[in-house]
Design a protein around this ligand. Structure first.
Ligand SMILES: Cc1cc2nc3c(=O)[nH]c(=O)nc-3n(C[C@H](O)[C@H](O)[C@H](O)COP(=O)(O)O)c2cc1C
Length: 331
């Protein structure tokens, strides 16, 4: 497989329920790096949901174009299994100004799968087809429908069939998280399997899963043959990973490693802005959740996590984060 790494790929910011909201999208897209972002999923059961549900998940809808403040498009994600209900809600999204509708076929949560949503549809590719084609029809070609899958539910036997079903249904792009549902988040992500799907499709296939460093980026592209990638947990662990990849693609140079001061600056701004809307104890726990992601990327961040993890008051936490002026400027 020949992969042209000189071809500048796009980088998507992954949807992460309960973690990546509009504020996080804003913070993570300020430096040039990401080309598009996706909202947390809107859960579709049967009825057409009211506009407020869409605005809650995607406040960017209220200020067209639907993008982060730095202009990176925000795509709206739906999760469900009933094609009629998905179509009705895709239509609602279109009428509210969405720029694209993404369908989630990868959610591993037991509750979601028990209710026949997320990854459970990967056991029956024809159901992936029906969901995508119903949404494609509802959108009348005015905005694209895209899909996000895993490699399967329990095994990879239907991986290619599911990708083909999404394409046949009208998906304009397919993101593949390189693990089955049963593999959860256990490493490794099987990038070469993403390549097997890519080889059989003509729509762009995006490689996702376990791209933590510039080296991983290079390897994931090489093994999958994909031009584009999507970053989830690693974008939180190192908010400068996407800019680092972008800079490397543009110049061939490596940006310096992300310092603690840079990480602390982003988290401090996040905390200050979240406290305008949320109770302090919730903000404290969100900050610790982000710090816990960061500790995976750096021993220095881990040391700070250990130092900060028992602090219960937001003001103390903010003082202890002690961002430097440089970090503030970058945040
Ligand atoms: C806490 C959490 C929430 C997630 N929420 C969503 C979601 O709402 N929609 C979705 O398609 N994927 C969701 N995912 C999966 C990610 O988008 C991504 O596919 C996965 O984390 C693998 O990529 P990564 O290794 O870069 O994190 C979630 C993952 C995590 C860890």
């Amino acid at each position: 497989m020949v992969v042209n790494l000189l071809q500048k790929g796009e980088i998507g910011l992954a949807p992460m329920e309960g973690v990546i909201d509009a504020l996080t999208r804003d913070l993570l897209t300020r430096e040039r790096g990401f080309d598009w972002t996706v909202t947390e999923f809107v859960r579709v059961v049967d009825a057409r949901l009211p506009p407020r549900v869409f605005y809650k998940h995607c406040p960017e809808l209220e200020h067209p174009p639907v993008a982060t403040p730095s202009g990176v498009p925000v795509h709206l994600q739906l999760l469900g299994s009933d094609p009629v209900a998905l179509a009705a809600n895709a239509r609602q999204a279109l009428e509210l100004g969405a720029v694209s509708v993404d369908l989630n076929f990868g959610c591993p949560a037991k509750l979601v799968n028990r209710h026949d949503g997320g990854a459970s549809l990967l056991r029956r590719p024809e159901r992936v087809f029906r969901a995508v084609s119903a949404v494609h029809e509802a959108l009348e070609g005015r905005i694209p429908v895209t899909a996000k899958i895993r490699l399967g539910f329990s095994d990879r036997r239907l991986a290619v069939a599911c990708g083909q079903a999404a394409e046949a249904g009208g998906a304009a792009r397919l993101v593949v998280h390189g693990r089955t549902r049963d593999e959860g988040y256990r490493p490794p992500a099987h990038w070469e399997w993403i390549g097997r799907i890519r080889e059989r499709l003509s729509i762009p296939v995006v490689a996702n899963g376990d791209i933590w460093t510039l080296e991983d980026y290079w390897k994931a592209r090489t093994l999958s043959g994909c031009r584009d990638v999507m970053l989830g947990r690693s974008a939180l662990a190192d908010p400068w990973l996407a800019p680092r990849i972008r800079h490397w693609l543009d110049t061939g140079e490596r940006l310096p490693e992300t310092s603690w001061a840079m990480r602390a600056g982003v988290i401090a701004e996040y905390a200050r802005r979240q406290r305008e809307a949320l109770p302090e104890r919730v903000v404290v726990s969100l900050v610790k959740q982000w710090l816990a992601q960061m500790r995976q990327a750096s021993t220095e961040a881990n040391q700070h996590f250990q130092r900060l993890k028992r602090i219960a008051e937001l003001d103390v936490l903010l003082a202890e984060l002690a961002p430097t002026p440089r970090a503030c400027a970058l945040a």
